[in-house]
Design a binder for this molecule. Sequence first.
Ligand code: ISL
Ligand code: CA
Length: 573
Amino acid sequence: PDPTPWWREAVIYQVYPRSFADSNGDGVGDIRGIIGKLDYLQHLGVDCLWLSPIFDSPNEDMGYDVRDYRAVMEEMGTLDDVDELIAECHARGMRIILDLVVNHTSAQHEWFQKAIADPDGKYGGYYFLRKGSPDTPPNNWRSFFSGPAWRWIPEAERWALRLFAEGQVDLNWDNEDVRAEVADIVTWWMKRGIDGFRLDVINYISKAPGLPDGHPFIGDLLEFVGVEHYFYGPRLHEFLRGLRREGFTRREAPASTPRRRLPDGTLGDPLPPDMIGLMVGETPGIGMELGRLLSGYGRGEMDLIFNFDVLDNPGTTRWHTYDYKLWYLKRFYRAYDRHLSPNDWIAVFLDNHDNPRMLSKFGGGRESDPAVRTAIGKMLATIQLTMRGTPFLFQGQELAATNHAFEDVEQLRDVESINRHADLLTAGISPSDAWREILAGTRDHARVPLRWDPDGGFSEAPAWLAGTDTTPGFSAAEQMEDPDSVFAWHRALIALRRKFRALTLGDLRWVHRQKKYYFGYQRTLGRQRFLIECNTSDRPRKRPHVRGTIVPVLGGPRGPVMEPWEAIVSRIY
Ligand code: ISL
Ligand code: CA
């Protein structure tokens, strides 16, 4: 049997359901919308979908505030729709994972309602409820979405910990009933056929005993006071191992399994079920070494983690206006490559629903020229889809989606942006400076509807979040027709990965790494050897010499000069 887990060779595609496709014309994306686009995703060639939250929620944070873990958000559809989606993915040889948000629940969750009705009863222990005076929170921790990390609940005369929005109350994982409930939710979905979960802010689940004050200096550096008491808490490893064992390990057969994909591109019989569901950790602030401890090979914890250090150059955050430098990306991956053992694996991502588009961060405005936009889109895709690790594409990357030119905070829907904007104004920042910061970093850039055809095509109604790109040529319909499109390039790269395992499992050797503009490496498996070359600069550059007979398989021809942002994948014989 092949000991390589499927997800090491997979391309995972993140769907933001609210903005993917609207099947019933209410302006909100839904499950049936996704089902209607599975042929598109199969054509692109991705192996697995990850859906951002679809569970019942009051949507204070767009589904990251769950009211019922076993029900589907009304505007997105029904459980039957989800069952059909799972079966339809599997029938196409694709897998599907969901988002599990269990650091906190919605304050409207039944558990929290019971907790505040009887703070000393069973459910009171599910959360962090503290007595005290309504003017003095129990400690100095700050929320990620502004204000203290505590919310006063008058009817219970208690403070409740909430690291995110007011309506997102933190679960107390020290309580074993909470851990059992979460394991149960996972088992329930795995039985329906889900292939795993992405675990939201999973490194925050273990809080330091006694919830001590955060050190103001550490808080200042990291922006959020208190974070050192929960970003890598004392029982984190124990909780993760428990969840893997109790929740993610199959004891019951799933409703369906994906069909095997045969080398010739056709589909075979359904695969036997994976014994353990995929565990992907969203782990803000965790860094390389702690990340290895949370997801290292054979450690019995998670399979993959997201390291967010990749998203911004040192000394900057997404709220700054600056041009992302790709030499940093190279340094980031090189460091990983040196640090990890061959069986350790990471998630390779550049975009997600919480960040501005990398194409715009790197482009710095130059991407308003369609030719530049295409070149940069292809170059970033080349790096992401041939780097060592499992690529996670975010919807729209395959269409070279860029940031949206929002004009006003009224156009935004994200609670983080809206709160932060208000805070900046309260702090006396000028309106234009406040808006510049929000426009640089707002999560809504990534959340505008996917552009299916030149006029939009997401919905017949006005979308819940407005913002359709109008540049000719970049809708899905146009990109699919065009053999030179960024979509076609993604498709070709994904097909190459499937054909040549050197591009997924092969080892990686950097080439001419001291050249700042040149992003070059070889991937080798046995006698299969590939060369990946990118010119990350906006000027033509001399192509460095590489030994061997080099035959381009994507891009090219391979001249002595590299065009600005040129990317080529070649075979070396
Ligand atoms: O945006 C952030 C704070 O400025 C990030 O720290 C972000 O909140 C963090 O990456 C956690 O994100 C995840 O959990 C949040 C949710 O809002 C995000 O959409 C989700 O990806 C709370 O559930
Ligand atoms: Ca809809």
